[in-house]
Design a protein around this ligand. Sequence first.
Ligand SMILES: Nc1nc2c(ncn2[C@@H]2O[C@H](COP(=O)(O)OP(=O)(O)OP(=O)(O)O)[C@@H](O)[C@H]2O)c(=O)[nH]1
Ligand SMILES: [Mg+2]
Ligand SMILES: [Zn+2]
Ligand SMILES: [Zn+2]
Length: 396
Amino acid sequence: MARRLTCPYCYESFAPREIRFRCNSRLSRTGKQCPRRRDQVLDERMGPRRSHDLGPDFAAEGRRPTAVCPECDGETTYRICPVCHSELPVQFGMVDNRLIAMVGAKASGKTVYMTVLLHEVRNRVGEAFGAALMGLDDATMRRYSADYEDRLYRDNQMFPGTQTASTNLNRVDPLVFRFSLRRRSLFGDRPQHTVLSFFDTAGEDFSSRESVELNTRYLAGADGIILLLDPLQMPGARDGALPGTPLPGTEGLDAPMNVLSRVTGLLLAPRTGRSAQKIDTPIAVVFSKMDAFWHLLESSSPLRDYAPPRGRFDVGDSLSVHEEVRRLLKDWDGVPIDQLLENHYTRYRYFGVSSLGHNPTPEARVAPTGIQPYRVADPLLWLLSEFGAVPKAGRG
Ligand SMILES: Nc1nc2c(ncn2[C@@H]2O[C@H](COP(=O)(O)OP(=O)(O)OP(=O)(O)O)[C@@H](O)[C@H]2O)c(=O)[nH]1
Ligand SMILES: [Mg+2]
Ligand SMILES: [Zn+2]
Ligand SMILES: [Zn+2]
């Protein structure tokens, strides 16, 4: 089968030659100029937010970096997705394009985690790894700062529950970033780019039938999965949580085991006939809100320690966290989770993180001590190291 590409905006896949172009609407050599207009397809798929006045789109040989507009004879470098008409990243199809799906039950901490993770990668982690993270398009930049970063870091507020995506089944609106790492090689310093696409799902999207189709596409197209599980939603763990921890109500909530089963079902479904085979998409199984459990851990626990800040993904450290979480799962009645992962996935790794480092206040604000993230970047760095986009250190 020919190589297929997956759009980081709509998660539909297509052959490289199917890529379309958009006229740049400038005055061409022959003195013609295409008028700007709204793009109906983009409107429909991505919402009117992304579709202001744009040049017309047309088909041409999608494997080439440029094409000539049939209406005005102008040459354009804007390549667009044939399905949703989003502008594709420069060198799309030539640089690594990695879609990372983030899923988890309602109130498991996905929105807070994504906000803190991206903030950390743009700042502290980026510095340690010599990496940069840039929004790939204006909408991502605007939305990340207005809807996420400002709310948490400037206004110190938690988020309302994320809106379900199922109001428009075709519409996904992920945040798309370019992760660039300077890599030293025999040929000198050269940046290596990876496109990362994050889709902040609403927890209930994994329990309602209507949105299963959308999520199947989303998960099937992903190169890596971050599954966020909330120990406060596990009966065996809840009781041990730090006194004063706000416990998510159990009404309408889904136990982490059920969320994992459903995600696994979605990943196995399109693979009829091969169902005996394990899922090879790497899955980071991340336990959130670990600050509520620190008091139960010995001071020698790898979950009290920080990952060594070496600018490499430390394999030994990650494996000791993995084993520690597996041990905790036994205390938390979570052994079925471990068995399911073992039976169905070739690559899974456990993580324990705290996005905030503390409980929020009863008014749903950041604690006065501020945001003190713990190990939030480990899952992403593991996935990137599995893709070969971040160097590993140590065994493995
Ligand atoms: N103690 C502690 N609580 C956290 C942490 N992260 C999130 N929480 C709590 O979990 C609540 C839900 O977090 P969200 O990120 O909004 O959860 P979500 O998974 O996006 O929820 P939906 O959008 O409804 O699916 C927050 O309002 C906090 O009360 C953390 O690191 N530590
Ligand atoms: Mg949310
Ligand atoms: Zn034109
Ligand atoms: Zn698309």
